[in-house]
Design a protein around this ligand. Structure first.
Ligand SMILES: Nc1ncnc2c1ncn2[C@@H]1O[C@H](COP(=O)(O)OP(=O)(O)OP(=O)(O)O)[C@@H](O)[C@H]1O
Ligand SMILES: [Mg+2]
Length: 467
């Protein structure tokens, strides 16, 4: 963060200073976990349900925080008092980015692939200048300002994921940190239970391009009609990426190698170049094109771009993390989160990587599908069977329609089992896995994390597969 005096902080957040010297500067970081506080920090105390941050105010000061931003006074603690700490963090983030005129803010949204693509863009911009794009999925009204507050005087690129569970959410995040480049990846069905329909999801995601200034840039997925249509909702220039023949930044002649890694010809208005990705999954074609469109706009020459795309790696955990165990089992840990669209891309990656090998999918419940819950799960099961997955382990009763959807596919040669919990899935895997198998692990949030962790741990603990 840039240094701000407590008087400036109070002005930015409309706060009242209590027991502080207003000329003392916050030099950062801004933290809401007292364990992360460092000298010069501002500690933000949230009145949580289980833990009240105000109880840690004195600890934070002892660790070097210059003041605590909170909603009630704590005796003996220098404070910036506000009505609402979350709003205050947003306002402080805005004050910081407003003081960094040389900063380019890249915002991205979409139903799937935000964190993945944020990590890709961050790796490309890091080649051009100092970048803030931390690992993880900091995309809500807390994580978003928290990330932005990491920008300092040397930061040239700030890459921010913008999540939405309803109309107006992205608009608010864009008020906190206005984007100069907005990337919209796709309009799928995640959180559709809360939104109601895909049209409303499109309405909400499009707020990202509405927030652009006239000299900004909208990077839109030409292969997703609902995203492509957002071109009419912005004053900014538009660059379209995808495999559509008329896309500005596009991929031609896409092929996958035996590890499910795409190669393609990158075609831009400046010419074309061959790209060979080290990332797994057909969906990475679109994600890398989006990243390429951003880097191109920021001045990366085509030849550098092609090389940089080939060097992209994983940053955030549990997303398409492919690893080979010493026992010959290959694991695709895509367990971070799941919705029908991301299940689909992950199952296709399993099929591509598992060609000629036995494929196993461990699939858990997908949250927040509302009225689409039953059909959404059943379609995933159906797809797994249609793709010829050999063994399906469905984890937990709420995910049962995946099992039913798969077994309803008449000519499927594979086998599905519905298991009560992750421990049961781990047991089945330990009994059944053989060298050469490829296993995909995926579900919403924590629903399959234990399975993924066990598969990782087993590789080194002697619990591995035997022929
Ligand atoms: N372009 C894409 N289209 C569909 N699915 C994708 C795409 N990119 C990644 N995925 C899938 O979505 C999963 C989640 O990716 P990621 O964490 O990047 O998404 P996110 O949009 O940040 O999700 P969240 O809403 O949880 O923040 C990946 O592990 C992969 O299976
Ligand atoms: Mg994310």
């Amino acid at each position: 963060m840039i240094a701000l005096t407590l008087a400036e902080v109070a002005e930015a957040v409309d706060g009242r200073l209590v027991a502080v010297d207003p000329t003392v500067s916050v030099t950062g970081p801004v933290e809401f976990d007292s364990r992360k506080v460092a000298p010069g920090a501002l500690f933000v105390a949230f009145p949580g349900e289980k833990v009240d941050g105000h109880d840690y105010a004195a600890t934070a000061i002892a660790s070097g925080a210059v003041a605590v931003l909170g909603t009630r006074e704590v005796p003996g603690v220098p404070m910036v008092l506000v009505a609402d700490a979350l709003t205050a963090m947003g306002r402080l983030a805005r004050a910081v980015v407003d003081r960094l005129p040389g900063l380019t803010v890249v915002g991205l949204t979409g139903s799937s692939g935000k964190t993945t693509t944020k990590d890709l863009i961050g790796q490309l911009t890091a080649r051009l200048g100092a970048t803030v794009a931390p690992p993880g999925s900091f995309n809500n009204e807390l994580g978003h300002p928290y990330t932005a507050l990491q920008a300092g005087p040397d930061t040239r690129y700030l890459v921010l994921e913008k999540g939405a569970r309803g109309v107006g959410h992205v608009r608010y995040l864009c008020e906190v940190v206005p984007p100069t480049i907005s990337v919209v990846l796709n309009v799928g069905t995640s959180h559709i239970g809360e939104f109601g329909s895909q049209e409303i999801i499109a309405l909400a995601k499009g707020e990202l391009v509405e927030a652009l200034p006239p000299d900004g840039l909208a990077v839109l997925n030409a292969d997703d009609p609902r995203v492509d249509a957002m071109a009419s909702r912005t004053r900014a220039r538009v660059v379209r990426y995808g495999e559509a023949p008329d896309a500005d930044v596009r991929a031609e002649d896409v092929t996958l190698d035996d590890r499910g890694r795409p190669s393609y010809t990158l075609v831009t208005p400046e010419g074309s170049a061959p790209v060979r990705l080290g990332l797994t999954g057909r969906h990475q074609v679109g994600n890398t094109l989006a990243a390429a469109a951003v880097a191109r706009e920021l001045g990366m020459p085509l030849a550098d771009l092609a090389t940089a795309l080939g060097a992209l790696g994983l940053v955030s955990t549990r997303r398409m993390d492919v690893f080979d165990r010493p026992d010959g089992v290959t694991v695709i840990d895509d367990s971070y989160n799941a919705n029908p669209a991301s299940m689909s891309v992950a199952l296709k990656a399993l099929a591509a990587l598992g060609r000629g090998r036995r494929t196993v999918a461990v699939l858990g419940y997908m949250a927040e599908l509302g009225p689409f819950e039953s059909d959404g799960h059943a379609e995933v099961g159906q797809l797994a069977a249609e793709l010829g997955v050999d063994r399906l382990l469905v984890v937990g009763e709420p995910a049962a329609p995946i099992h039913e959807g798969a077994t309803a596919v008449g000519n499927w040669g594979g086998e599905s089992v519905l298991l009560t919990d992750q421990a049961a899935a781990i047991e089945v895997l330990r009994g059944e896995l053989r060298p050469g198998d490829v296993v995909l692990v995926k579900g919403s949030r924590y629903r399959t994390w234990e399975v993924a962790d066990a598969l990782r741990a087993d590789a080194s603990s002697g619990n591995g597969a035997t022929a």
